[in-house]
Ligand binder design. Structure first.
Ligand SMILES: Cc1cc2nc3c(=O)[nH]c(=O)nc-3n(C[C@H](O)[C@H](O)[C@H](O)COP(=O)(O)O)c2cc1C
Length: 174
């Protein structure tokens, strides 16, 4: 049995080093399409995106994060926002943004691209909005750095499954 979704979930890694190869607009649109097919409460689709393939903008955004080297060198960036005018419940809308971003990371992986979810830049979210010419109607959720991976030897670890399961009720069947 093919397990493409599970394999993508398991094998996706955060990619922080890219070749200089540009990323085609069509691929970025496919990645955003994966994002917008995430579930959202009441199907309100509160996400919005800014696509960046402009070295000058990269440089301005790089100055706003500890991860400047990643942002500076990324052939493409996608800023993921919540549109506050579309939101109806803060917790649920933020959960939807997370689902959207994870879909995007998995789509990038399937397309042979690498990506990393950058959150540290959120401490300068207001200045990011200035650079991207957006009002405070739009609340930055993440900056995704994307490109073709320089290598694929990234390692990541998870604690054992049993660490996470608080209780299991029932269980008369396997
Ligand atoms: C909310 C969030 C914020 C993150 N912020 C950063 C970041 O600012 N810089 C960075 O290099 N990685 C960032 N990451 C990536 C995590 O470090 C990475 O997902 C984690 O170490 C697990 O590695 P993996 O994605 O390869 O499985 C962030 C991930 C999430 C979900």
């Amino acid at each position: 049995m093919e397990r493409q979704v599970f394999d993508a979930i398991r094998n996706r890694r955060s990619i922080r080093e890219f070749t200089g190869q540009p990323v085609a607009r069509d691929l970025l649109q496919q990645i955003i399409t994966a994002g917008i097919w995430a579930p959202s409460g009441l199907n309100n689709q509160p996400w919005r995106f800014v696509i960046i393939r402009d070295h000058e903008i990269n440089a301005k955004l790089a100055s706003l994060t500890h991860y400047a080297h990643i942002v500076q060198a990324a052939p493409a960036l996608i800023a993921v926002y919540l549109d506050q005018k579309k939101m109806y419940d803060p917790v649920k809308d933020h959960q939807a943004a997370g689902a959207c971003i994870q879909n995007m990371l998995l789509a990038a992986h399937e397309l042979g691209l690498g990506a990393v979810w950058l959150g540290q830049i959120l401490k300068n979210r207001d200045r990011v909005n200035d650079v991207l010419q957006l009002s405070d109607q739009f609340d930055l959720m993440a900056l995704l750095a994307l490109g073709y991976p320089k290598h694929r030897n990234q390692q990541s670890r998870r604690q054992p499954l049993t660490d996470f399961i608080l209780h299991e009720f029932g269980g008369d069947t396997p």
